[in-house]
Design a protein around this ligand. Structure first.
Ligand code: ADP
Ligand code: MG
Length: 353
């Protein structure tokens, strides 16, 4: 009776959970879904959103280029800022920041409408304005005398009454630890892909620079989810990392959804794990630590159950013939000992952190 008291068994897993949650928090990982975290060991492919996840999302406005005859730079910026003040996108922040820097009074926009993965439209100062990425021009067969094709950063065009009025170019920087994160994942045999709504050129540049396994460019927000599904149907265990509103459905669909802390609330709400420090390196840490946590649980279950497997028959008198008996007192000591072993073993998880 004393021996079979399942103390250790009951503590084996919860102790590891408690300790791993606190270690994870110290490592900058906020775990919202334990199961997903423990499943991190199964990940075969990891998808990275580009903007804000692998890059900082700084989006400094570099150049304002006027393409219409009678326009001027400040007016272009003023109209665009009128629309963009309603958007959460990094591009929007870059435009509004620049407008404020130049002391431009930002006008109100009406009939404001967000075109997911494309841009914005609405009326500013009585004019129909659109601010969109190059994919919109392609879709509508709008050609420009001068294009920003040679520019390797992000580009958005401003359309006034459906006529091209100019474009803005932005520069963004990779997060410092992005390359290291990709390398660690590669070593662990996990495939990595870049997924972005941005154009092919930018996608390829980032993917090459980080020597990633591949990229998917011009992906509209709703398509992000489908890309994940398609990989899952091929039998991949997929993790998705993102920061934006448009990443949320994909984060929910992925087997492990990881949100960048500096991103939007919607992404954080949908994800299983949040990277508090917005550091891509923590993703690699997460996968390895998830693995260590799982192994520790299995180990602890063996410690807890293994002792019972030996001690219960012993206490029941299986070796009585040879005069070997386990007294209730010794049983009590052993039982406490097994709990201590399980507790110490759980603490050892710290060495894996
Ligand atoms: P990512 O997948 O890299 O996070 P998004 O899906 O958020 O990119 O955006 C894809 C593209 O849609 C941008 O590169 C841009 O061309 C366009 N876009 C999105 N939001 C805006 C906005 N507020 N203003 C202008 N263009 C936008
Ligand atoms: Mg993003």
């Amino acid at each position: 009776m004393v021996i079979s008291c399942p103390h250790a068994l009951g503590l084996a897993v919860p102790l590891v959970v408690a300790i791993s949650t606190s270690i994870a928090a110290q490592k900058g990982l906020l775990i919202r879904n334990r199961t997903a975290f423990e499943n991190a060991r199964l990940i075969t492919t990891i998808i990275f959103d580009k903007t804000g996840t692998l890059t900082k999302g700084a989006h400094e406005l570099q150049e304002v280029k006027v393409l219409s005859q009678d326009g001027d730079e400040k007016e272009l910026l003023r109209l665009a800022a009128g629309l963009e003040q309603h958007s959460e996108h990094y591009i929007a922040a870059g435009i509004v920041r620049k407008a404020k820097e130049l002391n431009i009074t930002i006008p109100q926009a009406e009939n404001f409408n967000y075109l997911p993965g494309i841009g914005l439209e609405g009326r500013v100062g009585g004019k129909e304005i659109k601010v969109t990425g190059p994919n919109y021009l392609k879709e509508k067969n709008i050609s420009t005398a001068e294009t920003a094709e040679d520019f390797t950063g992000t580009v958005v065009y401003v359309l006034i009454e459906n006529e091209i009025a100019g474009y803005f170019t932005f520069s963004d920087q990779l997060r410092e630890s992005a390359a290291e994160a990709i390398q660690t994942l590669k070593k662990a045999g996990i495939k990595n892909l870049l997924l972005t709504g941005d154009n092919e050129k930018v996608a390829k540049q980032v993917s090459d620079e980080l020597s990633m396994d591949g990229y998917l460019a011009n992906v509209l927000p709703h398509e992000k989810l489908e890309k994940i599904k398609a990989l899952q149907e091929k039998g991949e265990f997929v993790a998705m990392t993102g920061d934006g509103v448009n990443d949320a459905p994909a984060l929910a669909q992925a087997d492990v959804g990881i949100a960048v802390g500096s991103g939007t609330d919607v992404a954080a709400e949908t994800a299983d794990i949040i990277l508090v420090n917005s550091d891509p390196k923590d993703i690699a840490g997460l996968i390895l630590f998830g693995k260590a946590t799982y192994n520790k649980m299995i180990q602890n279950l063996w410690w807890a159950a293994g002792y019972n497997i030996l001690a219960i028959p012993l206490a029941a008198g299986i070796l009585h013939k040879w005069n070997i008996m386990l007294t209730p007192a010794a049983g009590a000591v052993l039982m406490s000992l097994s709990t201590i072993v399980v507790a110490i073993n759980a603490r050892l998880l710290k060495t894996k952190a």
